[in-house]
Design a protein around this ligand. Structure first.
Ligand code: ZN
Length: 179
């Protein structure tokens, strides 16, 4: 059984100072970076990131302020994330809204679920931003795809406390465990 850590959308635009900031973004980014540098990271066979990466995302920018435009500073991973300790990066939302990391593909065009299955990954720990949006969508898709999922709640940043809590309950109901 292989296990992967999925770091969802820990990008500048979702952290303080960014276009769609969450309050805890910096803190969560630092905690994830610390995990990547701690002995506990040995539990993971792979560490994967997802990034919102918009080129022309249809009406997505009617719903939200412009954010995470492909290659822009706002779309970069938070500097606390240890980029030399990432196994693969997945990009989503190029031409439409995409909340789930499972809509993302890597530079070779491979989808996240397929990439994980190719490597025998069955267990996922998921963390990132924002709890109620992209983390939630990624977790629900992971469960649908048949993965065992744990949400690392202290490593998630919510838009606000209430929606964050509701989302965690919903993910738990759907079959995720909370860590
Ligand atoms: Zn977006």
């Amino acid at each position: 059984m292989a296990q992967a850590l999925i770091i969802v959308d820990v990008q500048h635009d979702f952290c303080p100072g960014g276009a769609l900031a969450t309050d805890q973004g910096d803190e969560v980014a630092h905690r994830i970076g610390e995990l990547q540098l701690s002995p506990a990271v040995a539990d993971y066979d792979y560490v994967v990131t997802t990034q919102d990466w918009h080129i022309d995302p249809d009406d997505h920018f009617d719903t939200w302020p412009v954010h995470c435009e492909a290659d822009s500073p706002g779309a970069q991973l938070h500097p606390a994330i240890q980029q030399d300790k990432i196994s693969a990066r997945f990009y989503k939302g190029q031409h439409s809204a995409a909340y789930s990391g499972f809509e993302g593909s890597n530079e070779a065009g491979q989808l996240l679920a397929e990439w994980l299955r190719d490597r025998g990954v069955s267990h996922l720990d998921i963390c990132g931003i924002a709890t109620h949006y992209c983390v939630r969508a990624t977790v629900l898709d992971a469960l649908k795809e048949g993965f065992q999922v744990r949400v690392l709640r202290d490593l998630c940043s919510a838009v606000n406390e209430d929606t964050g809590k509701t989302a965690l309950q919903e993910m738990q109901k759907a079959g995720a465990s909370l860590g």
